[in-house]
Design a protein around this ligand. Sequence first.
Ligand code: FMN
Length: 211
Amino acid sequence: MDPLARHSDYGHEEFDESHVHEDPLETLRQWVIDADAAGIYEPNAFVLGTIDPTVTPTARTVLLKQLDSGLVFVTNYLSRKGRAIDANSRVSAVFGWYSIHRQVLIEGNATRVTPAESDEYFASRPRGSQVAAWASDQSTPVESRNRLDAHYGDLLARFGDDSPVERPPHWGGYRIVPDRIEFWKGRSNRMHDRIAFERDGDGWRVTRLQP
Ligand SMILES: Cc1cc2nc3c(=O)[nH]c(=O)nc-3n(C[C@H](O)[C@H](O)[C@H](O)COP(=O)(O)O)c2cc1C
């Protein structure tokens, strides 16, 4: 069947205010765990939206690496997204776990984590990824795949096998502190459930939205 013409039923599982934790980040944590349990590949992947200085919105997938007072992901600070965030901290994040009929939409501010936090996470990465952080000027053009591989090979040889690889100064984490989080649960007949949390002083204002 033409996948564009399909009409899927999104299920009967209810989702209401009693199913969400008073801290929406805890519900997000639970939904990532649920997505993992459902066998979803990379359940911690989300689409990060940024706005660059020409007010062009751009988006790409990144991986959630830590969930605390915000959502932490790691990247190259000089990449397209890094430059956009450093100029405008407003970002969006979209988690889409379609096979379990769930989506989370987030808006907030992203700021760099401390160098110590980036160091700690960098040290936990496989050596190959550490060297890649030095080898790639993310988002800039490269002449060919061969050129990239040769540069990576040179760096692998230069770092050798023993000495620890230091974190490049242009690589590290950002923490997105949300001011809006919306949980979406698909329901039959497109009568979906949507529960939005908006920051209100020290707490959150909770609103149910029409599908
Ligand atoms: C599943 C998946 C996970 C990814 N995770 C990351 C990540 O955590 N950090 C990152 O910098 N890029 C990640 N990428 C690559 C980005 O989507 C993107 O191509 C890259 O960061 C360059 O984006 P930019 O040019 O907008 O800065 C991931 C891509 C996919 C498909």
